[in-house]
Structure formats: structure tokens, C-alpha cells
Design a protein around this ligand. Structure first.
Ligand code: MRU
Length: 360
């Protein structure tokens, strides 16, 4: 398997998108080529691409691919009618992509930004399509810069003692989950670069094991020391003094700072508070949903129960059992020490000050 130096899970290449297939890592590094909107929607739904910012970038390209498939209706008489028809059909493309996954707001944010770019552009349909491609590429490039800023702000905010930190994270909020560099793992990368990281503890993150598979893989690529633990070991490790700080990502943050992230994050936050450890959420402003006053309004994805009762081809549970498989939970703002954004680190109650600064 040939391995990349830097991980970019979504890139535009010539006339198509290349996605790192995250369902195959860490055993196999493979790239999927996507040229059609339907294939992008499927890739998001099946988690070939996953992680809130990464699916936002993927959806932006999905909008362009869908736009590219819209061909002019010969019955239309003039360019105004053609433009209106194009924008109506682009809305149908948006609907298809919106239906892929419900929780990560970056998906909806990116789709809305693409629609806005098209509606605000004057000119031919061909020109609108070109603007959509450029907007998707801008969203992609901006996300990498955003993650680097998050990493650096996070590195400044983390405790200054001990000299080298032992940092616990949950799920994968790394380069794989963004356009590159990562949010929580962006903080890890910056702290590692500064020589202030002792070790990452990665919760395995049942049921889909993003920590064991993806966070561990990313750390190994860069030589960052990583220890994988099962989710139910985190509180024990805290009690033994093995953890100095917790940093996680987010899929949607409400205006009051309540933060939805991968299922199990809430229990890590409770354990951190019980052990008096700082608990940070690292996320771009595109993950903040200022339209929601609190986390109870965040839609939580429920996934196929097979993820709970089966590992690989092996069924774990007897027949006759019922299952519940929420993919995310909401950590209340009261358990969050700070939210690390590309504009700086704020207390959850102060997040609202960034409302006007969000690019929409
Ligand atoms: O279901 P997933 O793998 O898409 O969930 C990902 C997470 O919960 C991440 O922690 C979150 O998206 C932040 S990614 C920078």
C-alpha cells in the first residue's frame, strides 16, 4: 500500500473528485473516483467520506457535479428562462445531498453556500457552473487553513503543565474528517510540532471504531505516539492520572455551546468533569448552527442496528434482542471548558459573539 505524507481525504483532480475510502482504512489505502452527484451522495451516506467538515467539502463538490449534469432544455426560449430552470434543478440536486446524513451541519452549510453562489451570479448557465466549481474549491482550501488556525489556537489554550501533554480524543476529528490537518487532531498536530505532546489516547469509538481505525492510522502516519483504549476505559485512565486534557471535534454546535459529536463523547465529558480535567471542543464556525438555541434541537442520526450487533461478518448478539444505534450525542455547554475555533478559543457562552463572523 502506498501511503501519503499529508492526508487529504477529498480532492478535485482534473475533472472529478478523489476520495480516500475511509471504510477500508487502516487495512487498505484506496481512492475512489467520483464524477456524478449520485455517487457522491452514496459516498457520504455509506461513509466512504465522513467527519463533519469533510462531508461539507464533499457535498460542495457534489453540488458542482450535479450542476454539471444539468443540460439545457431546448424548449426554453431565452437565457433568463434557462437560468431559472437551472436554479430550480440545482435545488433538486441540493435536496438529494441534504438527505444523506442529518447531524453534521457542515453538509447543509456547504450546500447553502453553493446555492447562494449560484443565485448571486449573473451570466450564462456555463458561467454559473464554473462559479460553482470555484466555490467548492474555495470551501475545500479554506477548510485546510481553518483547521491549521484551530490547531494553533488550541495549542496555545491547552494547559502549560505538564511539559508534555497526554491528550485523550474520541472518534476521528483528524485530517480524514476535514479537508486536511483536522480539528481535534489539528490541535494534536500543532502540539506535537511544538514538542509538547507526550501521547494521544484514542477511544476506539464503538460501534464504527473511527478511533481505533482512523485516529490511530493518522497518528501512525506521522509518528505521533498513540494508545488505543476501549471506550469504557477512559474514566479509569483519568482516575489513574494518565490523561491531562480531552479534545474532541463536533458535528453541530448550538448557539448556546451545546455540542453534538460522536456517540460516547458525552460520557467522556462527564468523566473529565468528575476528574477535574479540561474538556475542549475543536470545530470550525461552519459547524456552529446559530439557528438552534440549544442542543436539544440537534437532529441525531440513527444508523443500522447491524453496526451494534455485528463485527465484520460475525454476529455478537442472540436473535430476539432489540437494538438502538444513535450515531451522535450532545455534550451540554456546562461540561465544555472551551470551544476552539479558527478565530480563537471561547467559552461556550461567548460563542454567540462569532455569529456575524460566520461565512454563509
Ligand atoms: O459518523 P462520523 O464518523 O462522520 O462522525 C464524525 C465525528 O463525530 C467527528 O468527531 C466530527 O465530525 C468532527 S470531524 C472534524
Amino acid at each position: 500500500m502506498s501511503l501519503p505524507n499529508q492526508v487529504y481525504p477529498v480532492i478535485w483532480y482534473q475533472d472529478h473528485v478523489r476520495l480516500i475510502d475511509q471504510t477500508r482504512l487502516p487495512l487498505e489505502y484506496s481512492v475512489v473516483e467520483i464524477s456524478r452527484c449520485d455517487d457522491m451522495a452514496l459516498a457520504i451516506r455509506t461513509m466512504i467520506v465522513r467527519g463533519a467538515p469533510a462531508i461539507g467539502v464533499a457535498a460542495a463538490y457534489g453540488m458542482y457535479l450535479g450542476a454539471r449534469e444539468i443540460h439545457p432544455n431546448p424548449a426554453l426560449k431565452d437565457s433568463t428562462a434557462e437560468r431559472n430552470d437551472f436554479l430550480n434543478r440545482l435545488e433538486a440536486v441540493a435536496q438529494k445531498l441534504r438527505a444523506t446524513r442529518p447531524t453534521a451541519v457542515n453538509l447543509f452549510w456547504a450546500i447553502d453556500r453553493m446555492l447562494k453562489a449560484a443565485r448571486q451570479t449573473i451570466g450564462t448557465v456555463d458561467h454559473l457552473k464554473q462559479v460553482l466549481l470555484e466555490t467548492a474549491q474555495r470551501i475545500n482550501a479554506e477548510d485546510i487553513e481553518t483547521c491549521q488556525a484551530i490547531g494553533d489556537y488550541g495549542a496555545q489554550a491547552l494547559p502549560s503543565s505538564p511539559d508534555k501533554l497526554r491528550l485523550l480524543t474520541h472518534c476521528n476529528a483528524g485530517a480524514l474528517a476535514t479537508a486536511g490537518y483536522g480539528t481535534a487532531l489539528g490541535v494534536v498536530r500543532s502540539v506535537w510540532r511544538d514538542g509538547r505532546l507526550e501521547r494521544v489516547y484514542a477511544d476506539e469509538t464503538r460501534p464504527r471504531l473511527q478511533g481505533a481505525k482512523l485516529t490511530a492510522w493518522e497518528c501512525v502516519q506521522e509518528g505521533i505516539p498513540v494508545t488505543v483504549i476501549t471506550d469504557n476505559m477512559a474514566a479509569h485512565c483519568m482516575k489513574l492520572g494518565m490523561i491531562d486534557v480531552v479534545v474532541v471535534g463536533a458535528d453541530r454546535i448550538a448557539a448556546n455551546g451545546d455540542a453534538a459529536n460522536k456517540i460516547g463523547t458525552y460520557s467522556v465529558a462527564i468523566a473529565a468533569q468528575a476528574h477535574n480535567l479540561p474538556f475542549y471542543v475543536a470545530a470550525p464556525l461552519s459547524t456552529v448552527d446559530f439557528s438552534l438555541s440549544d442542543g436539544s434541537q440537534i437532529p441525531i442520526e440513527e444508523r443500522d442496528p447491524v453496526e451494534v450487533y455485528q463485527v465484520g461478518e460475525t454476529r455478537l448478539c442472540p436473535p430476539g434482542v432489540e437494538f438502538y444505534n444513535p450515531a451522535f450525542d450532545v455534550t451540554p455547554a456546562s461540561l465544555i471548558t472551551g470551544i476552539i475555533t479558527e478565530l480563537g478559543v471561547v467559552k461556550p457562552a461567548d460563542l454567540i459573539q462569532f455569529r456575524e463572523k460566520q461565512v454563509v
